[in-house]
Design a protein around this ligand. Structure first.
Ligand code: SF4
Length: 199
């Protein structure tokens, strides 16, 4: 007898894992072009767009779910490559990370590392993309609640997020900070106003 088909949930989890493997491969290839490791690439790209308050080793470690010593090693390597500098933070300790001019150039060269994925997604109908974003953000919130993901500045983990507030299926949620409905297509993945919801 043929094996029964794995459940839909199992196949979805397998597909996400496969996607993760493919992205890891793309990331390794891209990072290698600049003589970096994938984690160093993530740090450079993050430092290029984050406000000063989040340009610290601890914040980077949490954002990429690695230990502080692991991220500290990556940052030290980037410092040796003259892609970033450390300067005193608000408490006077030497910890604010800032990209050098060369670091910004490298970040610009690496910015499109996942372009193949973005292009593929862009070819899908908008309604499919909106539903996929919504589903993934809810899964991320669940994983954060169990501790599998440490930091996620997304709508579904935000204290201003009002789930299932409106009858419109295209914009069912509400942002209590912006005081407006949130269209599924507008759900944020790295919101500057995000504040973590309490459990
Ligand atoms: S503040 Fe930002 S992250 Fe929070 S619900 Fe509003 S748009 Fe989403």
């Amino acid at each position: 007898m043929p094996e029964p088909e794995p459940s839909l949930d199992r196949r979805l989890a397998d597909a996400i894992e496969r996607l993760g493997n493919g992205l890891r491969s793309l990331s390794q290839h891209s990072a290698r072009t600049q003589g970096l490791s994938p984690l160093q690439q993530q740090a450079v790209l993050s430092l290029a767009r984050q406000p000063a308050a989040r340009r610290e080793v601890n914040a980077l470690a949490a954002a990429f779910d690695v230990t502080t010593p692991t991220m500290s090693d990556a940052v030290s390597a980037l410092e040796r490559k003259e892609l970033l500098t450390r300067s005193p933070g608000s408490d006077g300790r030497r910890r604010l990370l800032t990209l050098t001019d060369r670091g910004h150039e490298v970040a610009a060269e690496l910015a499109d590392w996942d372009e193949q994925l973005v292009r593929s997604l862009a070819a899908r109908p908008e309604a499919d993309r909106a539903t996929t974003l919504h589903t993934l953000l809810r899964v991320i919130a669940d994983l954060q609640a169990t501790g599998a993901i440490s930091v996620a500045r997304v709508c579904t983990t935000c204290r201003f997020f009002g789930p299932d507030t409106h009858p419109d299926p295209r914009a069912p949620h509400h942002c209590h900070l912006l005081r407006q409905p949130l269209a599924l297509t507008d759900l944020r993945t790295d919101c500057p106003e995000h504040e973590q919801a309490t459990a």
